[in-house]
Design a protein around this ligand. Structure first.
Ligand code: G1P
Ligand code: ZN
Length: 538
């Protein structure tokens, strides 16, 4: 029985870098999630009778919203919903399901790497038929619908049993509950040489994978321990929990400390990796060697032809603007294009669809390829394993060899979290105002507010971050986060290029010290925000 429920718009249902993200209690307000889901449907055309994929990262409130979304999809005329068992699907797995089964799109419930639980964060995003995040035009249309909504449609009835794989009906619609891991594992087996990785394991190679109490636990366990044969216990924090076991599921040196301490020690396993809340991010470390995401992108690109799925080479590389230029040097050597896009995976979609780029990456622990339209944490781990299996060198040797061949891009991101929003906006406005006068001072060769012209659809995206470009390839970039849920987060990205191999072993913060001091001075960070130091350094 379809019901039409009268509702009123909520303020601020504006999708950010990656969908709508708010605190759980905000989403728990009556009609809040329903309004947003209906607005997604209202902004779409032509989905009658088509398939919608639904799943999430298992965080607190996930199953409730999965049930709601299923009922609303039925009431709005979808023909079928494919939902992950227990309401689970990692973001890259959802992207794969959408593509593989030619679905109309998907609703993914996640706040990615943000903490979960009753007081944590929740999120809803829509992915289109190519499996990628809704483009800006669509998110703008969804936002417009949220501001004008007067009612939503929902089917009343009992909850769907999400615990069992199989088909049922809700209203006139079929609901197919699927194994969340199987299709994804099959895709990975197509791309990677599992036999070569098995041989590496037999040679005594050891690793640890940290699921961080989030969605990649089941994927990691099935693929690393199940299919590849790493010993039980290789996957730590492998059970997805509604509050991620109290962890902050962000795979970086700060939040994956236990793993990092283990692998960075001289007696640790050969290789360590972690993924985030919804499975799209990755952290890569070798014994005694942390690999920055920017370096990881460059190294994967430089070695891609060792991996069956990429043996014919790459058509191009794409990186987000704040990501270091390490990948650019690889692209230059391979004589392929390197695209510089605004922050957020949605900007890679057109490049991948048009086959202009094969591999993409962001400094924020995101790497992926044309196999799906999201970044993919476990994919990056398997890329590394496949390359290690072929090269039979340590992670540290591979990274140092890469620097010798291409030079090293020292790189760090300094985050000032939960800054007063007005102060943060004021800081950015003052920087923008200063831009024309910065050139020629402190060695700045160019300064601008990054804008991107999409080579595929011709769209222009402006205001994507202030760039200060120095002689010799150094950069300082400032932008405000689009994924936070409290106050504003100022991100400052600092990079320095060093060609001389005898200067490749300086501690990163020390190597960047001058630029770090300059980044604080030019933007008047302490005067404007009251912060004398960042909250997180990665
Ligand atoms: C952050 C990252 C960005 C990434 C996004 C989603 O966005 O910086 O690279 O695509 O999360 O994972 P931000 O908070 O900076 O807007
Ligand atoms: Zn994520």
């Amino acid at each position: 029985m379809i019901e039409t429920i009268t509702t009123k718009p909520f303020e601020g249902q504006k999708p950010g870098t990656s969908g709508l993200r708010k605190k759980v209690p905000v989403f728990q307000q009556p009609h809040y999630a329903e309004n947003f889901i209906q607005s997604i449907f209202d902004a779409l055309d032509g989905y009658g009778g088509k398939t919608l994929v639904i799943g999430g990262d298992g965080r607190y409130y996930n199953t409730e919203v999965v049930q709601t979304a299923i009922r609303m999809a039925a009431a709005n005329g979808f023909g079928k919903v494919m939902a992950g068992r227990d309401g689970l699907l990692s973001t890259p797995a959802a992207s794969n399901i959408i593509r593989k089964y030619k679905a109309f799109g998907g609703i993914i419930l996640s706040a990615s790497h943000n903490p979960g639980g009753p007081d944590g964060d929740f999120g809803i995003k829509f992915n289109a038929a190519n499996g990628g995040p809704a483009p800006e035009g669509l998110t703008d249309a969804i936002y417009a619908k949220t501001r004008a909504i007067t009612s939503y449609r929902i089917v009343k009835g009992p909850d769907v049993d999400l615990g069992r794989v199989g088909s049922t009906r809700v209203g006139g619609m079929t609901v197919e509950v699927i194994d969340p891991v199987a299709d994804y594992a099959a895709l990975m087996q197509k791309l990677f040489d599992f036999d070569a990785i098995r041989a590496l394991i037999r040679s005594g190679f050891t690793m640890r994978f940290d699921g961080m109490g989030a969605i990649t636990g089941p994927y990691g366990t099935a693929i690393l321990e199940g299919l590849l044969g790493f010993p039980t216990g290789t996957v730590m924090n492998g059970i997805p929990l509604p509050d991620f076991g109290g962890h902050h599921p962000d795979p970086n040196l700060v939040h994956a400390k236990e793993l990092c301490d283990l692998v960075l020690s001289s007696t640790g396993p050969d290789f360590g990796a972690a993924s985030d809340g919804d499975g799209d991010r990755n952290l890569i470390i070798g014994r005694g060697m942390y690999v920055t995401p920017s370096d990881s992108l460059a190294i994967l690109a430089a070695n891609a032809t060792l991996v069956p799925g990429y043996k014919d080479g790459l058509s191009g590389i794409a990186r987000s603007m704040p990501t270091s230029a390490a990948a650019d040097r690889v692209a230059e050597k391979l004589r392929i294009a390197c695209y510089e896009t605004p922050t957020g995976w949605k900007f890679f979609g057109n490049l991948l669809d048009a086959k202009l780029a094969t591999i993409c990456g962001e400094e924020s622990f995101g790497t992926g390829s044309n196999h799906v339209r999201e970044k993919d944490g476990l994919w990056a781990v398997l890329m590394w394993l496949n390359i290690l299996a072929r090269r039979r060198e340590s992670v540290a040797d591979i990274v140092q060899g890469h620097w010798q061949a291409f030079g090293r891009n020292y790189y760090s991101r300094h985050d000032y979290e939960e800054v007063d929003a007005e102060a943060a906006n004021g800081l950015m406005a003052a920087l923008r105002e200063k831009l024309p006068r910065l050139k020629g001072h402190h060695g700045i060769e160019a300064a601008d507010d990054f804008a991107y012209d999409d080579p595929v659809d011709g769209s222009r995206t402006t205001g994507q971050g202030i760039r200060l470009l120095f002689a010799g390839g150094s950069r300082i970039v400032y932008r405000l986060s689009g994924t936070g849920t409290a106050g504003a987060t100022l991100r400052v990205y600092i990079e320095r290029y060093e060609a001389d191999a005898s200067r490749h072993d300086i501690e990163t913060q020390a190597a960047l010290a001058d630029l770090i001091a300059l980044s604080r001075g030019i933007a008047e960070i302490e005067e404007r925000t009251g912060r004398s130091a960042p909250t997180v350094i990665t």
